[in-house]
Every structure is written in structure tokens, then in C-alpha cells.
Design a protein around this ligand. Structure first.
Ligand code: AMP
Ligand code: ZN
Length: 120
């Protein structure tokens, strides 16, 4: 999709603070973090997927890759021991503002109370 901010970040047409990339998934920092560590795990494949609502049967591989990359990057940021949240917002009623499928990876709070106060 030509006017999609995340497509542009992935293509290098807009700046992104990338922390990980492989053939099908990119991870970059949220510009407006809702947590001490707030990363966006984003598919970078030929097809633009708007949200969970747009997933098709053939998307099983990319969906599992999003979770496996989230797990890997969480470990890279030492969140595997402390814990973290994984969140998909779906549609405006679900808080989604960028219509390019992305998995929020959030963590780094000092305690459980702080972790329960913030949602992306
Ligand atoms: P959502 O509300 O689920 O669509 O989440 C959109 C996320 O993208 C939020 O965490 C925003 O802070 C983040 N965001 C928006 N624009 C940018 C950008 N240019 N670079 C990095 N993150 C962004
Ligand atoms: Zn896009």
C-alpha cells in the first residue's frame, strides 16, 4: 500500500529505529512508547496485511514468524525473565491507528502494577 507509514519504514522511505530484521519480519521501536521497552514486530512481505482481520489461510507462516521473532527479540532485550506483553490492536475500536499488521512487544516495567497500567 503506497500511503502506509509502516510499508514506507520497511522500504527505507521513512526513518525507523530497527532492532531486528529477517527475510519476512522487521522489528523497530515505537515512536511514542507505551512502555520502557516498546517494539513493533511487523511483517515485511509482498502483500500488505492491514490487520488480523485481513489474515488468510496462507498466512500461517508469517503469523507464527511474528511470534517467534517476538520471543527472540524479547530475549535479546532481557525481557524473557522479567516478562512482557504481546498485543495486537485490531481496527479503530481496538485502538489500531496504523493499518499495517503489527505485534506490540512491551516490557521493562519495574513491577506488575506498572505493567498493568499501560496499553499501547
Ligand atoms: P496501533 O495503535 O496498534 O496501530 O499502533 C501503532 C504504533 O505505531 C504505536 O505504538 C505508535 O507509537 C507507532 N508509530 C506510529 N508512527 C510511527 C513511526 N513513524 N515510527 C515508529 N512507530 C510509529
Ligand atoms: Zn503497509
Amino acid at each position: 500500500m503506497t500511503d502506509c507509514i509502516f510499508c514506507k519504514i520497511i522500504k527505507g522511505e521513512l526513518p525507523g529505529d530497527f532492532v531486528y530484521k529477517n527475510d519476512s519480519v522487521a522489528v523497530f521501536k515505537s515512536i511514542k512508547p507505551s512502555a520502557p521497552i516498546h517494539l513493533l514486530v511487523v511483517p515485511q512481505i509482498n502483500r500488505h496485511i492491514g490487520s488480523i482481520n485481513d489474515l488468510e489461510e496462507g498466512d500461517r507462516a508469517i503469523v507464527s514468524e511474528l511470534f517467534l521473532v517476538a520471543k527472540k527479540v524479547a530475549k535479546d532485550f532481557n525481557l524473557d525473565q522479567t516478562g512482557y506483553k504481546l498485543v495486537f490492536n485490531v481496527g479503530r475500536g481496538g485502538g489500531q491507528l496504523i493499518d499495517h499488521l503489527h505485534l506490540h512487544l512491551l516490557g521493562g516495567w519495574k513491577n506488575v502494577e506498572a505493567s498493568r497500567k499501560n496499553m499501547p
